[in-house]
Design a protein around this ligand. Sequence first.
Ligand SMILES: [Zn+2]
Length: 510
Amino acid sequence: MTRPIREIKVTNTLSGKKEILETRVPGKLSMYSCGPTVYNFIHIGNLRAALVADQFFRYFKKVGYDVTFVRNFTDVDDKIIKKANEEKLTSDEIAKRYIIEVEKDYALAGLHEPTHKTKVTEHMPEIIGMIEKIIANGKAYVAEKSAGEEGYEVLFSISSFEGYGKLSHKNIDDLVAGHRVEVSEKKHNPLDFTLWKPAKPGEPSWDSPWGKGRPGWHIECSAMAGKWLGDQMDLHHGGEDLVFPHHENEIAQSEACTGHAPYVKYWLHSAFLNMGKEKMSKSLGNVLGARDFLVRFGTEFTRYLLLSVHYRSIIDFGDEAIEHTLIALHRIYEAKAKALQISQLKMAMPDLRAESAWGSFMSECEAVRREMDDHFANDFNTAGAVASLFTLIRSFNRTLAEPRASATPSAILGAQELIKVMEMDLGDVLGIGRGNPEKMLADLERIKAERATASGTLRMTEDEIKAAIQARADARKAKDFAQGDRIRKDLESKGVMIKDSPQGTAWEYI
Ligand SMILES: [Zn+2]
């Protein structure tokens, strides 16, 4: 017997609207989420994207979908090669090292294992096969060989693909007019993008019909998704910075290759994280490492901070968000501690005088359970689901305060029910509310104390911070990047965030 799958609405970037999710095969759901390029530790913004995909995956499973979820590692990329050259290692060694580190962060953050974890280096035959097909279909071309190059570049021909721009809602002519692309004689159209690039000396390369070379970034995701999910999939997720050109190009390549449209039925994009009013990004230098945060604040704290805000809303990362999370988790775990204590009471005779109070609490639990599920089904309104739990906690505390209500058999049932709502209805999807209250409350106290210390007399002075920034600049000038990184991490652990720009290094307390 197939379970009926409940109605879920998602905001589809393709249509720009909230739509009812109808998977291609009833009861089955295929999804892909773009993972990180593995050349460094991930930052908290990358972690947010991974957690959002994890939340989708958990919820779809919970309501009964048979989900096939593919998450990738981009292990062939210019940034990896650059890092490898800096460290005098191979790009394979760099990629392997950071895949291990990212996996550690994912485990620390409590991510569920996807159905398939893919790597570009394991999909070269698929990538080459796809490019050959796109060329055969007349949608890509082999460019002229430049002097000194070992192989040929293959480019996707934008003008051959009707509908380019449909995801990002961009007009090709506007794009061409406003696009600052490097001048290349090889390109028929300035927006044409690389499917295969010829090898340069010292770079990793693979044999292909176009000589030694390596794939462009966009084709990698199309090929990995195609191998594990087929020509078409239900849902594709990524950070909103990937809408253009990455996802736009994925659509063009996949549809040009297979002839099947749409490549993806529902495109879901998660928002950025702001640090000090600016988008957190490696290029701005204002990133906070996911590892540092997870170790300092713990799994549930991180999940609450990153998931209690709707996935399409920007999170302003800073003091306020941390304070808010401290208060919220404290409220949840104080109630859970009380509920646990009561649920362990041994009692034989029901106290009928208290029945009615707990009776209405029990029906409220049922209502909240439905309400939470409605929130999740409504484009993952996690803020709404969390608010429902707080309403229930207030009722629990109120009922407990009623005369004769605290130590009764019905109270035991009420307490058990509250714990279930926390651990299963909220916890199954968000991974919040499942902790041990004693440990969680102690952790929250520790975080509070550390923050009080950091903002009190032991806070680093401006002179100390400036001296540390200078020491870091000196280390970097001497190409001692490891020492530079250590100084930055040390500052972060003392509550100081630094930001590099062409004008120098700025800092602020976090
Ligand atoms: Zn991708």
